[in-house]
Design a protein around this ligand. Structure first.
Ligand code: UD1
Length: 417
């Protein structure tokens, strides 16, 4: 079992390139199943979740190569509408192959997806959206048999919550449905826009991505395309948190500052100076952070739930009291136990957490239980006196490409043993 060993209190200073977005790569890799031909995806991060997607693509018949950040997927022939349980349970995003296989083959068979345990994470909104497109679903003890006996047809999908995954599944499936689909109360995340850009380069007609109503005019077939994945705004927010807790000064390259507007506003409230120019952001952090105050996670463009955990580590060493309210997932405070072991003062009550900042954390042996929780423990380890040993790195590797290399480049004392 490998662990990350952090010798804390080293001021971060320097520049880092931000990886391509995990949450864009995964839906785009699923969408590549729709294309009769080769898709070339640049800036694809090398993550275990991306490797899990590649395994699924290969199982269903795609030819995939991946090196140097470029993934080539040839989906000319798809031989299976079925995905084995073992592959499905690797990650949450495997559910996006449901819309993709239905679009391409008109049928799909799979069990519930896996993923980080941050709440119940049902798929009812995905299934309801697909039913609106003419899909019939039979749930056979947790295995979903999905068919479109009369073909896929455009429909009106009104989401009761702007679920990112359900919006993506519906978009992917609707591209090859006959007629027009309208998704209302759609998710507005930048990753939705990136997916729409990819689909449109493959010949789809997706309009309005980034707004709360998305319209898709179905086409009969899609071809492959060349696409570059957008930068990962959550990785950027994580490295910003790491800079903040070490009074650091960090320049992030390959970011889209507009995607980080809510995060940037919080850093400024904490006393950091954030400046951006083109695709570069510079973060200059004070000796002691001011408390971020009230942090409410919301669908985009609100404050991202994925940044909640690392930002909580910032709040833990800031001057003053903060209140966090997690509105997206009901159980996303697994990192708090680790932070408490390191000397933080945090009280959790349901979806709320009250954080009373302390001047210093101390190193401890802690374990990650989900991806962003791992990021919170790293952030805390950098702010701690002494040595922190973090286990559970399989969660970290789902979403961060070479994290110890990025941090070492910035001056942190971090190694994986
Ligand atoms: C995506 C992101 C994840 C991020 C989340 C919210 C990817 C690969 N993952 O996850 O990093 O934290 O968006 O920004 O892009 N829900 C239902 N029924 C459903 C679907 C969702 O009740 O059918 C609920 C979920 O349990 C959760 C909320 O809706 O409480 C948001 O989930 P959703 O937006 O779907 O997140 P994901 O797509 O799983």
């Amino acid at each position: 079992m490998s662990r990350l060993i952090i010798n804390g209190l080293k001021r971060l200073n320097g520049s880092a390139k931000v990886q391509g977005s995990k949450n864009s790569s995964l839906p785009i890799l699923s969408a590549a199943v729709l294309c009769r031909g080769e898709s070339i995806i640049h800036n694809c991060p090398d993550l275990s979740d991306v490797r899990a997607s590649i395994n699924i693509l290969r199982f269903i018949g795609c030819k995939v190569s991946f090196s140097g950040g470029t993934l080539v997927c040839d989906s000319s022939s798809i031989r299976s509408c079925y995905i084995p349980d073992l592959l499905m349970r690797e990650m949450r995003s495997s559910i996006l192959f449901l819309g993709a296989l239905l679009g391409r083959l008109g049928k799909a068979e799979m069990c519930l997806p896996g993923g980080c345990e941050i709440g119940t994470r049902p798929i009812d909104l995905h299934l309801k959206a697909l039913e609106e497109l003419g899909v019939e679903i039979r749930d056979d003890h947790g295995v979903f048999h999905c068919t479109a006996p009369n073909g896929l047809c455009g429909g009106k999908i009104a989401l009761s919550f702007p679920s990112v995954g359900a919006t993506e599944n519906a978009m992917i499936c609707a591209c090859l449905a006959e007629g027009t689909t309208v998704i209302s109360n759609a998710a507005r995340e930048p990753e939705i826009v990136d997916l729409a850009d990819f689909l449109n380069s493959c010949g789809a007609n997706v309009y309005g991505a980034g707004d709360d109503t998305i319209m898709i005019d179905g086409v009969s077939r899609l071809h492959g395309a060349v696409h570059t994945i957008i930068p990962d705004r959550i990785a950027a927010a994580t490295w910003m948190s790491c800079a903040a807790v070490t009074s650091g000064r960090v320049i992030l390259c390959d970011v889209i500052p507009a995607h980080l507007a809510a995060v940037t506003a919080l850093f400024e409230n904490c006393g950091c100076t954030v400046t951006s120019s083109g695709n570069t952001m510079s973060v200059n952090c004070p000796y002691r952070l001011a408390a971020p105050g009230v942090v409410r996670t919301m669908p985009y463009p609100g404050f991202p739930t994925d940044a909640q955990a690392p930002i909580m580590s910032m709040a833990a060493v800031s001057k003053g009291t903060s209140l966090f309210i997690e509105n997206i997932f009901e159980n996303r405070y697994h990192h708090v136990n680790g932070l408490l072991r390191m000397g933080a003062n945090i009280k959790v009550e349901g979806r709320a957490a009250v954080i009373q900042g302390v001047p210093l954390l101390h190193g401890a042996q802690v374990s990650a239980h989900d991806l962003r929780g791992a990021a919170a423990l790293i952030t805390a380890g950098l702010a701690a006196e002494g040595v922190t040993a973090i286990s559970g790195l399989q969660y970290l590797d789902r979403g961060y490409e070479d994290p110890e290399e990025v941090l070492s480049e910035l001056g942190a004392d971090v190694k994986r043993v």
